[in-house]
Design a protein around this ligand. Sequence first.
Ligand SMILES: Nc1nc2c(ncn2[C@@H]2O[C@H](COP(=O)(O)OP(=O)(O)OP(=O)(O)O)[C@@H](O)[C@H]2O)c(=O)[nH]1
Ligand SMILES: [Mg+2]
Length: 450
Amino acid sequence: MPDRETEDEAKMRRVIAENIRRVEEMLQFLPLHPETVKDVRAKVGLLRTILLEQRAPAFALVGRRGAGKSSLVNALFGAKVAEVGHVKSQTGQGKWFDYRSERGAISVLDTRGIQEGSRPTEDDPAKDAVASILAPLRRKVPDVILFLVKATEADSGVDADLAVLERIYAEIEREHRFRPPLVAIATHCDVLEPKGTRLHLASAEPREEVDEKLARVSEVEHHLETKIKARPKLAPHLVWTRGLSSYMSFREGGELRGDERWRVDELVGTLFKHMPDAGRGTFVRIARVRGLQEQLATDLTRATAVICTGVAAVPIPVADVFPITAMQMALVAGIAWLSGRPLDKKAAAEFLGAMGANVGAAVVLREGFRALMKVVAPGLGSMISGAIAFAGTMAVGAAARQYFLRGGSIDDARRAFADAKAAAEEEGKRQEEEVRRGMNGSPPPPASDA
Ligand SMILES: Nc1nc2c(ncn2[C@@H]2O[C@H](COP(=O)(O)OP(=O)(O)OP(=O)(O)O)[C@@H](O)[C@H]2O)c(=O)[nH]1
Ligand SMILES: [Mg+2]
């Protein structure tokens, strides 16, 4: 659950929760094939997780002083949230800390001081630096462990760090019976020779210089990967080894002065891939990688469309229209949220209304759902067919992606709506047929006149 929730957001969440509950209740009574119900239930689960059960993603950052742990946190946010540089190494480290922006928080366990090994800490001489990091790992398990090494120092001392990493894995395994994926990162790749060649602006640099630099990056990656693969306790968990640069420069006040990040998007993609759904929504809001926002929004759209097809199979005319519209509104609100906006019911309703041909926002608010229904059910008065519910929902999702994620105008969104609706019609029919086939021996729902 995102922090600092406004009253509006809390209200929107309650509305979504209520609708999800209704849909789940309905599923019990639907004369659907158990397999279909299972599928719809799984999709409802995804919706619930993304929209209602979001939490901060949790990363453990393992790396020695100056490896670039704080810089990496800033690189993920694209803003200064962590203090970079030469803050004096503190003893008694090892606490989960929530770095936050208005878009959400990432929970980080910073292992600063870990390479100081077994030197006792001031406040508790019985504990060494590693032990002080193991304690918080018992309280909370990281989604992913990130191991950071300076590209220029990948040769020296990596073995000592990896020994610490093994202890960390052993502790997590013992405590949680879980082994988080391991992502190995060579930081500071921008300062590899030829130093002046800018990897983040590679197309503007001489080809052979870039190639030379990339060859050095590969060398470091290979070295790092070989070291990790040689350790049977770590090797099975390693999912990614890459060199990158997280260098960003900020003015006193925190505004961005220079951005030399290279391959951070790739890292974001990897972290996204290897974290549970509950952290994904918050993560794509923070990291703002368009492709991942789109991916999650597309998953949500499809899930909602399938749910609506199932709901449309309820043989009670009024029962289906309300939840379908409500689910679509939740979808719009969810996509807007993924883009970084707050969850906002009014904005979602206005947007849905604007997608209906002549339905202005004011009318929508005054007439409420009756007006909204025109969007999905032009021939209202009877049931919505599953095919229309499916295509309409796919259209709503496409329009919301166009508007909220790609910054299109309302007109662009309308066009996306129309295109997606036409494109989804065939699939809608297939989906509906599937639902009908799934109805065990019960009569098919009355045909729609739309
Ligand atoms: N050129 C370059 N500099 C980097 C990169 N990552 C970090 N730095 C710089 O390296 C120094 C140390 O980075 P930090 O992010 O503070 O490192 P840290 O691991 O958090 O260090 P401690 O908190 O002391 O353990 C800072 O001056 C950063 O600006 C990078 O990818 N490229
Ligand atoms: Mg730091």
